[in-house]
Design a protein around this ligand. Structure first.
Ligand code: NAP
Length: 261
């Protein structure tokens, strides 16, 4: 199977596509044929060695993907070959993961949408919880056309807020409006920064409050299955063009998410 490798830290051009032996699932593991992989700003940081979590070289970049179960190892009962699933997979044709990290995908959710969803929506949802957003309040989202930003716009509307979105181009602001933003501001024409940010990591939330992380993810999967939230994908590229997808993110050309299909 083919996979994209980061063999030295740096920019996306250094990534290499290699043919490697197809992985075999061990006890409690599941092998998945990936159909779509989400590409995030976090991946740009990770391959540059600038993310807070450092991975040992060489590694396959990417953190979220969707596909079809090919094979299960001994002792796996919760999924079977042929099931459509969401997994923490990377930029590869196949991956092997522990069965408890596999989420079944409702038929109503496409592979692309699923791959574009998890990190952005979980991050934005927890941020809205931390901000204690209530229906009827006004939500200001800076960087609103990014993956996390658009997720905040989408869920801000679902939760009943009036949403103000800021971004750098008319095209980005149009997508914010498409996802429901009530007001849009091109901040390049001047904006006095009045918002506060609270930092956290989703990995951290899973460690600090696993019950909340699980509950939030179940809520978001329910909204996704019912079509109440709409992850936006502006760019779809083949796996072999992973470097280009990361470069598009660096150049701020991606709106919402880029996906490798
Ligand atoms: N804590 C967590 O668990 C978690 C999870 C995911 C992401 N993150 C972090 O959240 C941030 C946003 O992630 P994302 O996936 O939404 O990124 P993204 O899709 O690349 O979006 C970032 C947005 O920020 C704006 N921006 C302003 N100044 C920028 C600059 N100097 N360089 C690049 N973009 C700039 C861009 O819009 P304009 O062109 O309109 O300015 C862009 O749309 C990142 O710092 C990421 O590491 C954290």
């Amino acid at each position: 199977m083919k996979a994209v490798f980061c063999e030295k830290l740096g920019s996306p051009e250094a990534l290499v596509l290699r043919e490697v032996v197809s992985p075999v699932p061990g006890p409690g593991e599941v092998k998945v044929a990936l159909r779509a992989r989400g590409v995030s700003f976090v991946d740009v940081l990770m391959i540059a060695g600038q993310y807070q979590v450092k991975r040992e070289l060489p590694f396959i970049p990417g953190g979220e993907a969707a596909g079809v179960v090919l094979e299960t190892g001994p002792g796996v009962e919760r999924v079977k070959p042929g099931d459509r699933v969401l997994v923490p997979g990377g930029f590869a044709e196949e991956t092997v993961v522990a069965a408890q990290r596999v989420t079944s995908l409702p038929d109503s959710v496409s592979f692309e949408t699923a791959a574009a969803f998890r990190s952005s929506y979980c991050t934005a949802y927890y941020a809205l919880q931390r901000g204690r957003l209530l229906a009827g309040e006004v939500l200001l989202v800076h960087g609103a056309a990014g993956g996390v930003g658009l997720a905040a716009v989408d869920m801000g509307k679902l939760l009943g807020a009036t949403v103000i979105a800021t971004a750098s181009t008319a095209e980005k602001l149009a997508v914010c409006q498409q996802l429901g933003a009530d007001h849009v501001i091109n901040y390049t024409q001047g904006f006095r920064d009045q918002a506060e940010a609270i930092g956290f990591t989703i990995g951290g939330l899973a460690r600090l409050d696993p019950a909340r992380e699980k509950r939030n993810f179940a809520i978001l999967m329910g909204w996704l299955a019912a079509g109440r939230i709409t992850p936006y994908v502006s760019h779809r590229l083949p796996l072999a063009r992973a470097a280009e997808a990361l470069q598009l993110i660096r150049e701020r050309k991606v709106i919402g998410k880029a996906v490798l299909v």
